[in-house]
Design a protein around this ligand. Structure first.
Ligand code: GSH
Length: 239
């Protein structure tokens, strides 16, 4: 069984922050936190991961980030020694990319970056449908998901959305695709009519990517987590 640091709850102490090390507040099964973890892995940046129990949140985390959501990035500023914190998967991912020049993930061409950004913003159609299948209205959710996937099938003109190698957009879209395999019982089968062939090839290419493999959430644990989530009782620690 793979191990990961226990999710901290109310009543816990915030572990002391080390200088010269990025800290990511995370939850092992959160697709938004997975975005940030993918970017950190793709850029080969070492970081400390602190997991948060999202149904019994530590008081100290709510002080840092009032909505209490993950991911959040924290570090000690080299010059001022001030502690800095930013929330939100897209903002954290962009910050990490902009402040580390190796393997730049955002396109430098502003037009291309804007086109990618539109696809990332419209991705809420997919995430909303995903949660509708999980918890609200599976039938409608499956229809919505198939409809929203068409936009991405049409937009894909190369191996990756970023071209011949994955860019920021590919890592921002990926975590939900890793979870589609668990929607079978609710009636969703990815590419069941064969009309998403470009996306299916993208999934294969992403699965072979080093960062994706490194950050992959073990399927057996993800399945258990999603079963609890579906019933409104998510469990975070299985070891
Ligand atoms: N817009 C946020 C982002 O992109 O980072 C969404 C993050 C989010 O929804 N994270 C979930 C969370 O923290 C876990 S997957 N839920 C706890 C809560 O909303 O109280």
């Amino acid at each position: 069984m793979p191990s990961y640091p226990k999710h901290l709850s109310s009543g816990s102490e915030c572990p002391p922050l080390k200088e010269n090390q990025l800290r990511l507040y995370s939850m092992q099964f959160c697709p938004y936190a997975q975005r940030a973890r993918l970017v950190l892995a793709a850029k080969n940046i070492p970081y400390e991961e602190i997991n948060i129990n999202l149904v019994d949140k530590p008081e100290w985390y709510l002080k840092k980030n009032a909505p209490g959501q993950v991911p959040g990035l924290e570090w000690i500023d080299h010059d001022s020694k001030e502690t800095k914190f930013i929330p939100e998967s897209l903002i954290v991912s962009d910050y990490v990319d902009e402040t580390n020049s190796q393997n730049r993930l955002q396109p430098t061409d502003p037009y291309l970056k804007a086109k990618h950004r539109v696809l990332i913003d419209r991705y809420s159609g997919i995430t909303t449908a995903f949660y509708k299948i999980m918890r609200e209205d599976p039938k409608q959710g499956v229809e919505d998901l198939n409809e929203n996937l068409k936009i991405y099938e049409e937009a894909l003109t190369n191996t990756f959305f970023g071209g011949s190698k994955p860019a920021m957009i590919d890592y921002m879209l990926w975590p939900w695709f890793e979870r589609f395999q668990f929607l079978g019982e609710a009636g969703f089968e990815f590419n069941s009519d064969g009309k998403l062939s470009k996306l299916a090839a993208w999934v294969n290419a992403m699965e072979a990517n080093e960062a994706v493999q490194k950050i992959k959430v073990p399927a057996a644990l993800l399945k258990k987590f999603l079963e609890g989530y579906k019933q409104g009782k998510p469990q975070f620690d299985f070891q």
